[in-house]
Design a protein around this ligand. Structure first.
Ligand code: FES
Length: 220
């Protein structure tokens, strides 16, 4: 059975604006995502190489800019790297972008660490980014955050043990007119609280069912 929240999610999925290359890039908060620490799966030696298809994509990007401004393609190239690497932008992936664009690695780190849409820490299959800025906050963002915590048993900036969910709070994602909203990977979901509230009252966590059964992480 598809409940109201799921239907809404499905509608929102169809209507969602692509977050890729969005002008509403949110600035990264001071959080667990702010600093790099070498880990087993994220260090300078972690293998990363663009696929041939993605090299072609980057060449297409570069053709849009003067040859002496390759760094203009930094943000979209980082997106390509992150997408290829299961929504995880590792140090070695950033270094590869720097090499391809003839940039100093530090310049690339500066860009990647500024925006919440670059995941420099491994995130769950479903990265739930709840907007906590004033319009969303006034329309129930706190309740959404609590509901997500209750369902997933994770705290803010945490990832569930099964690797399914990561919860983050982000600044305005430019969808205030449809507050409160959350971003699930690269999909926007609008006007969440009334649907989520009803699902909770019906003890039917359709959000999770939707994510498990319908969403495909390859849509990233
Ligand atoms: S305040 Fe939440 S999208 Fe703008």
């Amino acid at each position: 059975m598809i409940g109201s929240f799921t239907r809404h999610l499905l509608f929102a999925k169809q209507a969602a604006r692509p977050a890729l290359f969005s002008a509403h890039a949110a600035q990264a908060p001071f959080s667990a995502f702010a600093n790099h620490r070498n880990t087993e799966d994220n260090n300078e030696d972690t293998p990363f190489e663009f696929t041939n298809e993605n090299y072609e994509e980057i060449q297409k990007l570069l053709s849009k800019y003067p040859t002496n401004y390759k760094e203009s393609a930094c943000i979209p190239a980082l997106f390509i790297a992150q997408k290829q690497n299961n929504n995880f932008l590792t140090l070695s992936a950033m270094n590869k972008v720097a090499k391809v664009l003839n940039m100093a690695p530090m310049q690339v780190y500066e860009v990647a660490s500024f925006y919440t849409m670059f995941n420099r820490t491994k995130v769950g299959k479903y990265h739930l980014q709840v907007c906590g800025t004033t319009p969303c906050m006034l329309r129930g963002a706190r309740d959404i955050i609590q509901a997500v915590k209750d369902f997933s048993h994770i705290e803010m900036d945490g990832t569930s043990e099964d690797g399914l969910f990561t919860l983050s709070e982000v600044e305005c994602l430019g969808a205030c007119v449809n507050a409160p909203m959350i971003q699930v990977n690269n999909e926007y979901v609008y006007e969440v609280s009334s649907y989520l509230k009803r699902d909770i009252e019906e003890e039917s966590p359709l959000l999770w069912q939707f994510l498990e059964n319908t969403a495909n992480p390859t849509f990233l």
